[in-house]
Design a protein around this ligand. Structure first.
Ligand code: HEC
Length: 99
């Protein structure tokens, strides 16, 4: 679960992760990761504030694990995003911790 990130964050991986986040995640998690996307209102459980979780010490490996396996009511992303894409998203969402 606590795997080190094999896709180190740099301008390129963060930009790729941002694109993936905008097209797959923003609907629920919101533009700045606060869990206030337009799709969140219909869910029985609100998405967490990702930036706050990261500030609280959530590691890359934990984020990757939750994205991979899903977190009810969020589905698993294993089948729709490659492993590299999931790490790129981790690189991007870590930039949300400062917002
Ligand atoms: C259908 C709405 C929805 C979509 C789309 C969605 N999520 Fe989620 N996500 C949730 C909900 C609801 C939870 C569970 C509550 C929680 O733990 O935040 C969650 C949980 C998470 C968590 C765990 C938070 C934590 O620290 O425990 C991460 C990380 C996450 N989502 C990232 C993503 C990423 C990355 C994407 C895009 C690939 C994505 N989500 C797409 C709704 C969604």
């Amino acid at each position: 679960m606590n795997r080190p990130n094999p896709v180190p964050a740099n301008a390129n991986t963060i930009a790729l992760g941002q694109k993936l986040y905008v097209s797959n995640c923003m609907i629920c998690h919101g533009q700045t990761g606060r869990g206030d996307g337009p799709g969140a209102a219909a869910l029985e459980k609100k998405p967490a504030d990702l930036g706050a979780r990261i500030k609280a010490g959530e590691t890359d490996g934990e984020l990757f694990w939750k994205i991979t396996e899903g977190r009810s009511p969020m589905l698993s992303w294993k089948g729709s995003l490659t492993e590299t894409q999931r790490w790129e998203i981790v690189d991007y969402i870590k930039t949300l911790a400062g917002k």
